[in-house]
Design a binder for this molecule. Structure first.
Ligand code: ADP
Ligand code: MG
Ligand code: ZN
Length: 474
């Protein structure tokens, strides 16, 4: 019998807020251990939490980005457990009344668009971090109480590659929306991977194995590449899989059993008595809906549709917000969006990288880049000279036309002038000239190159080719 994998992901991302979820401590990575702490996030008895409004806003905004329903009633619950990283012995989360639910994410996969439904995205708090040293361990509570969004997918992913594509798209969307910086290296994204197998074509679900706390995409991929064949081999042998929690051992490249899966009643969830239910007003929700940015995939599709861009160019422009904005401003009112995209992706990006600067530092406007492309399209300058003009625009912020005039870079399309240069080139290179006359077409390119060189790139290359050919054949 053939088996297929069924995967559901629970993705935790730290929200991009200035302060923590229930107190004024900084939400900051990399501070000395236990410096961003106070009685509230240390769970001292008698303290009272105050909800972070920005975290609530980002949660609802994520709901819109993921096409979720936004319930008008949500609440916070305590999930009780003991672990040294949680001074409170509970984690505040949204158990049965989350702030967003029932949405979906569309993403590119296997040459098409896949849709995975989102069960919910709910708000909770991060816990501290256990650090292990040679002879002792310590707990750093700087992270305790940082707002965390848990995004739960339906079990609809069917391969490691698909899970990877989903995660990429999810993170792109969260970064775009300003929800989270999603910096993996700083532990801002962590994922629980749930996976089971079932006979291909059946619709039931097999026993779920949960692999906890993956903090890299490659880890998710490797864990699934190990776990799926392991489960298939087991059921093929006739074993019955039991629901359990496993740990991914990155060094060993295997998953290993941690415990049989706990049930909800083990956590004795109950509504947090210190926190009011969250009942957002229609006005507040509308004010968030009004600022939902365009989704990356939607932008890509629009760039292809409205500007006729090749998919590869649209991909580059959609995955960089600022570059995409620059392109759209430059292309507006012009008639060569493809040429403009090309200049932005190839030349502008290269110059930005070379000078380690960003679009915000540019001394010229998107409209001036369009003018540059128009000068090339009109044959006023060659593409090669265009590079020089662009470098000058970087340095001076002058308009391309002014630079062309100042430096005398206008392309020479004057037949007499080009003829004169062609005569000089033919005289200086009798060998290649004879080669061409003898039928070696490639020699013409060499001679043309010499004409361009002698004219300092200003000769109209099309005319140079024609004139050379005429002279050599004549
Ligand atoms: P829990 O409440 O134990 O966390 P849920 O059933 O709410 O479990 O699901 C948690 C995650 O596990 C979700 O992402 C869901 O899609 C996924 N999931 C649930 N059942 C299965 C299964 N049989 N196989 C794979 N993934 C599953
Ligand atoms: Mg879970
Ligand atoms: Zn605090």
């Amino acid at each position: 019998m053939e088996y297929e994998a069924v995967i559901g992901l629970e993705t935790h991302v730290q929200l991009k807020t200035k302060s923590k979820m229930w107190c004024g401590c900084a939400n900051e990575f990399g501070a000395s251990p236990n410096t961003n702490v106070c009685p509230v996030c240390l769970g001292m008895p008698g303290v009272l939490p105050v909800a972070n409004a920005e975290a609530l806003r980002l949660t609802v905004l994520t709901g819109f980005l993921l096409q979720c329903e936004i319930p008008r009633f949500a609440k916070f619950d305590r999930k009780n457990y003991f672990y040294p990283d949680s001074a409170k012995n509970y984690q505040v989360t949204q158990y049965d009344r989350p702030s967003t639910r029932e949405g979906f994410l569309d993403f590119e996969f296997n040459g098409g668009i896949s849709r995975v439904r989102i069960t919910r995205a709910h708000l909770e708090e991060d816990v501290g971090k256990n650090n292990h040293f040679d002879r002792h361990s310590g707990v750093d509570f700087n992270r305790a109480g940082v707002p965390l969004l848990e995004i739960v997918s339906e079990p609809e992913l069917t391969s490691a590659e698909m899970a990877h594509a989903y995660l990429n798209a999810l993170i792109e969307l969260l970064v775009r929306g300003g929800i989270s910086d999603c910096d993996m290296e700083k532990g801002m994204v962590r994922c629980d991977v749930n996976v089971s197998v079932r006979p291909k074509g059946s619709t039931g679900l097999g026993a779920k194995i949960e692999i906890k706390n993956m903090n890299s995409f490659s880890g998710v991929r490797h864990a699934l590449d190990y776990e799926i064949p392991r489960q298939i081999a087991a059921v093929t042998r006739g074993e019955k899989l039991r629901q359990e929690t496993r740990r991914w051992d990155d060094l060993g490249g295997i998953t290993e059993s941690m415990r049989s899966k706990e049930d909800a009643h083990d956590y004795r969830y109950f509504p947090d008595p210190d926190l009011l239910p969250f009942t957002p007003t229609e006005e507040w929700i509308a004010s968030i809906r009004a600022v939902v940015p365009e989704l990356p995939l939607a932008r890509k599709q629009r760039l292809i549709r409205d500007f006729g861009l090749p998919a590869g160019d649209a991909e580059v422009l959609k995955s960089n917000d600022a570059l995409g904005d620059f392109f759209e401003k430059a292309a507006a009112g012009g008639n060569n969006p493809k040429g403009i995209a090309n200049w932005i992706i190839n030349n502008l990006s290269a110059q930005l990288a070379a000078s380690a600067s960003s679009l915000a530092d540019l001394r010229f406007t998107p409209g001036q880049l369009r003018e540059l492309v128009e000068l090339i399209d009109a044959g006023r300058i060659s593409a090669k000279v265009g590079q020089e003009v662009l470098a000058d625009m970087f340095a001076t912020g002058d308009s391309p036309a002014a630079i062309v005039d100042r430096k005398g870079l206008a392309q020479v399309s004057d037949t007499g002038a080009i003829e004169k240069i062609c005569d000089e080139v033919i005289a200086a290179h009798p060998g290649p000239a004879d080669d061409f006359r003898a039928g070696k077409g490639a020699a013409l390119n060499f001679l043309k190159g010499q004409v361009m060189k002698l004219s300092k790139g200003k000769a109209n290359p099309g005319m140079a080719g024609e004139i050379l050919e005429r002279k050599l054949k004549g």
